[in-house]
Design a protein around this ligand. Structure first.
Ligand code: AMP
Ligand code: TRP
Length: 348
């Protein structure tokens, strides 16, 4: 059995309005994993352009996500922070995976169905092939662990299927070229914590999302203290007080969501929050939640503003990250080409 060294990879799209769901479902987890793993965190701009992006806005948003990573506590020196399109291995490996993954697998992807909507004929080819690019992101580094929110689970399963099919289809050359019995690891999703699926503040049955037309549905990482407090105050709830156990949250999606958010921000569990606040009315609980959200998020917004005032610094971080990322991915891509039967790249 080939053993793969543990390595973490994850990505966030620079599509504007980074929100509390991105933060609690993904970025907080990214920060925590730095203590125990070698980590690569990528601003996935090639994923972003699968739907229309205004060019000037896209550049701004690439820098904004980078600033959010750093402001939240990701250390770009100890780990690698970079921009997808600056490392060509992603696009190259994605093409090879377009030839490994099957139409039937991609046809089952629920995110494509949601994003393409009714007018599927008019969706970009890139939007359909998106999961293959995501597999390439991860496997270009032979990453073993992928922290994501709940909504990415199906894409991770496809990445595992693609890695397994590649290992199987090319098993003979993989062994002959000295790579043992598996070329790629089967990457594991890390979907953990009380906020793997943060819901809209206006509707507890809908995911908090960048694309929701109502700004009151989400707390943006760039919101100021007043904005955060106001959105929490206006969040939809029900008239019942908080239960003292998680079972009492069943059938109460808005209450469940606010308790999950509180737990994630406080670094505890739903159980703990309800043990402390069970019986409280929302009129009492919301101000506490607002205060906690402001305490945790406002400093990040401030630090993001400071970083964004110096785009040259951000571009320097991304440039350095891309070089270090390419140093890992390029030799792996060269091995992939060798396995598939493509000739080695000419020297540049
Ligand atoms: P995206 O902005 O779509 O690139 O997502 C970046 C990361 O945030 C991914 O790991 C998503 O799974 C996660 N994420 C996005 N929305 C939510 C949400 N509402 N709750 C929890 N995690 C989320
Ligand atoms: N598809 C992910 C999302 O929309 C972003 C992403 C792209 C990603 N490549 C990745 C996440 C690789 C984890 C690993 O949230």
């Amino acid at each position: 059995m080939t053993i793969f060294a543990p390595r973490v990879f994850s990505g966030v799209q620079p599509t504007g309005n980074l929100h509390l769901g991105n933060y609690l479902g993904a970025i907080v987890r990214f920060v925590a994993l730095q203590d125990t793993h070698e980590c690569l965190y990528c601003v996935v701009d090639l994923h972003a352009i699968t739907v229309w992006q205004d060019p000037a806005e896209l550049k701004r948003q690439i820098r904004e996500v980078t600033a959010a990573f750093i402001a939240a506590g990701i250390d770009p020196k100890a780990h690698i922070v970079f921009n997808q399109s600056q490392v060509s291995a992603h696009a190259e490996l994605a093409w090879i995976f377009n030839c490994v993954a099957r139409m039937g697998w991609l046809n089952r992807m629920t995110q494509f169905k949601e994003k393409a909507g009714k007018d599927r004929e008019n969706a970009s080819v890139g939007l359909f092939a998106y999961p293959n690019l995501m597999s390439a992101d991860i496997l270009a580094y032979k990453a073993t662990h992928v922290p994501v929110g709940e909504d990415q689970k199906q894409h991770l399963e496809l990445a595992r299927d693609t890695a397994a099919k590649f290992n199987h289809d090319y098993a003979e050359t993989i062994a002959a070229l000295g790579h043992g019995d598996a070329f790629f690891p089967l990457p594991e999703p890390l979907i953990q914590g009380p906020a793997t699926r943060v819901m809209s503040l206006r509707d507890g049955t809908k995911k908090m999302s960048k694309s929701d037309p109502s700004d009151y549905s989400r707390i943006n990482l760039t919101d100021d203290a007043d904005g955060i407090a106001q959105k929490v105050r206006k969040a939809k709830t029900d008239p019942e007080p908080l239960p003292s156990e998680p079972k009492g949250l069943e059938g109460r999606p808005e209450a469940d969501n606010l308790v999950g958010i509180y737990a994630a921000l406080a670094g505890t569990s739903r159980d703990q929050v309800l043990a402390e606040h069970g019986g409280a009315q929302f009129s009492a609980f919301k101000p506490l939640l607002a205060e906690l959200a402001v305490e945790k998020l406002a400093p990040i917004a401030g630090e993001m503003r400071r970083l964004l005032a110096d785009p040259a610094y951000i571009d320097g971080v991304l440039g350095d990250g891309a070089e270090r990322a390419a140093a890992i991915a390029d030799p792996i891509l060269a091995d992939v080409k060798d396995v598939v039967g493509l000739l080695a790249s000419r020297r540049r």
